[in-house]
Design a protein around this ligand. Structure first.
Ligand code: ATP
Length: 302
């Protein structure tokens, strides 16, 4: 079931279109990513979906509601976590949860929610004393306190260390498993690749492609590269003779073999035939950034 439908969305600031032509649909129960470089119009797009900004043209439907006309109804079904935390430093964790819960007719039990985001032990801590990861998890709990069917999360893990980032991804996966549809704005390729079922790549206010992460990467015709240390002597000619292999280079004791098709299978079989094992084997393929580059001529990474 489609829960969000955006058609030809356009938003101007001072006469400049920052969202120029965005069309997308989000299906119930998926994690839908909005990925693109800084300033691409991602936040503005989701703010129009959440009813926080008025669009200039185009249509937006969220669970059958129009965000610009049905704001109150929308608020009870859509939870939003925005980029910057707006809580006062001195507010305690439980006070923030209690306050946000009071905005809703049928709020979630916030004690259970705090437990789910791993903050039960911090209920009496002041917001200003929380670590970056804890603040982020609190903002996720606040976005979920109204029992939303859709959660919109903007730059979820910016500023977090790698462990806190992975913990947050795991949390979001669990929230989705409980039935909440998630729209995730990000400029982290790894986050998009690991977490999202489908992604809209956005550049300069326009959607350049929508697909699964694997589907986007598969659009890039790029050689794969395999790196390994051969366990014994091996004549390069053995590998070069394989139709899948386009190039073989040596760097110290490491071989770099590039090619297309089922390269790994072909190389492994040839090595096995010659009694050689590939040590420290690594496979490098195309990434989402390669896909973005192929589609726009630009890279997402700053
Ligand atoms: N209220 C505003 N008034 C004027 N310009 C704005 C306003 N909000 C955003 N912009 C501009 O609109 C463009 C798109 O901003 P937006 O925040 O939607 O991009 P983004 O893709 O989310 O990027 P980021 O990841 O940097 O937030 C940017 O050039 C930004 O400076």
């Amino acid at each position: 079931m489609t829960v969000i439908e955006v058609n030809h969305l356009r938003k101007l600031y001072h006469g400049r279109a920052v969202v120029d032509d965005v069309s997308l649909t989000v299906e119930e129960g998926e994690i839908f990513g909005v990925l693109g470089p800084n300033g691409a119009g991602k936040t503005t797009t989701v703010e129009c979906i959440a009813g926080l900004r008025a669009r200039d043209s185009g249509s937006v439907s969220v669970l059958g509601l129009d965000p610009s006309a049905d704001r109150d109804e929308l608020r009870s079904v859509v939870g939003v976590q925005l980029q910057s935390a707006v809580l006062p430093e001195k507010i305690k964790v439980w006070e923030a949860m209690d306050l946000y819960a009071s905005f809703y007719e049928r709020p979630a039990d916030w004690e259970t929610l705090l437990d789910r985001v791993g903050l039960a032990g911090k209920r009496d801590e002041r917001f200003g004393k929380l670590s970056g990861g804890q603040k982020q998890r609190l903002s996720i709990a606040l976005a979920l306190v109204g029992n939303p069917r859709i959660a919109i999360l903007d730059e979820l893990t910016t500023g977090l260390d790698p462990q806190a980032r992975r913990d947050t991804w795991e949390l979001i996966g669990r929230v989705r498993d409980e039935g909440v549809t998630i729209v995730l704005v990000t400029h982290f390729m790894e986050e998009a690749e690991r977490l999202c079922d489908r992604l809209a790549l956005i550049d300069s206010g326009r959607v350049v492609a929508i697909d699964s992460p694997a589907g986007l990467v598969a659009r890039v015709e790029r050689d794969q590269t395999i790196r390994f240390r051969p366990s014994g002597p091996l004549d390069d000619a053995v590998l070069k003779a394989l139709p899948e292999v386009s190039d073989v280079t040596k760097s110290g004791g490491t071989l770099l073999v590039s090619g297309t098709g089922n390269l790994i299978l072909a190389v492994s079989a040839a090595l096995a035939e010659h009694g050689v094992s590939p040590l420290d084997l690594r496979v490098e393929g195309a990434t989402l950034d390669d896909a973005f580059l192929a589609l726009t001529g630009k890279t997402i990474a700053p």
